[in-house]
Write a protein that binds this ligand. Structure first.
Ligand code: FE2
Length: 218
């Protein structure tokens, strides 16, 4: 049965391409220019950090009227490239300087408590009315790049298939590693310092390696 605004299909339906369709990953090209320095695909990134976000290639299925359940910043503060394959998807984005109006959840500061942005609860979240949104519709064959730290949610206008890819590069390296540190601290507090240590070492290691690679390549 097709999803309709008055009778919504469950959403999001996310598939992990590494697990569900590994044979398709080789067809994900060309990569965005920014993606060429994606540290998530570097052998210099220890597996322990990569493993924590092991779903870097995702396929999203959705139908008319589906909306992402919350306004959020992506996990581990990754950048995200999303490419539309079938159908149009509307993105509603809020720049990091709008965080003061977003009412982050106390348990997860990446999630806004204002879930229904089309009909926000202004009694409980009065400052949200000041939030400036940027809206864009992404069509099949088009990609959107959502920088680390941008709040966002989506609305789907018709049957929809999207591909998304996580990115870590020099611009979000420190916040990505800080999130790793905070996560490891919860379950393995004795080893959390490794994340802080590698954050410093990795910063120089990646910067030098990337600049050498691109120098010889160009
Ligand atoms: Fe997201």
């Amino acid at each position: 049965m097709a999803s309709k605004p008055e009778q919504l299909a469950p959403y999001p339906n996310i598939f992990n391409m590494q697990v569900d369709f590994p044979e398709l990953i080789q067809h994900v090209k060309p990569r965005l220019e920014y993606g060429k320095k994606n540290r998530l695909f570097s052998k210099l990134l220890p597996y322990i950090f990569l493993k924590r976000i092991e779903n870097q290639h995702q396929l999203f299925f959705g139908g008319h009227g589906n909306s992402f359940p919350n306004v959020h910043i992506d996990e581990f503060w990754v950048h995200t490239q999303l490419t539309q394959i079938i159908g149009k998807k509307e993105f509603i984005l809020y720049a990091p300087d709008q965080s003061q109006y977003m009412y982050p959840d106390q348990k997860s500061s990446r999630k806004s408590q204002v879930n229904n942005i089309h009909n926000p609860d202004l009694e409980n979240f009065p400052l949200f009315k000041n939030a400036r949104a940027l809206k864009v519709i992404v069509h099949p064959g088009e990609s959107i790049f959502i920088p680390s730290g941008w709040w966002h949610t989506t609305y789907i206008h018709d049957f929809n298939l999207s591909f998304s890819l996580d990115h870590v590069n020099e611009f979000n390296w420190e916040v990505f590693m800080l999130n790793n540190y905070e996560e490891i601290k919860i379950n393995h507090p004795k080893f959390a310092w490794i994340a802080l240590f590698y954050s410093r070492i990795g910063k120089y290691l990646f910067n030098i390696t990337e600049s050498l690679f691109y120098k010889f390549k160009n």
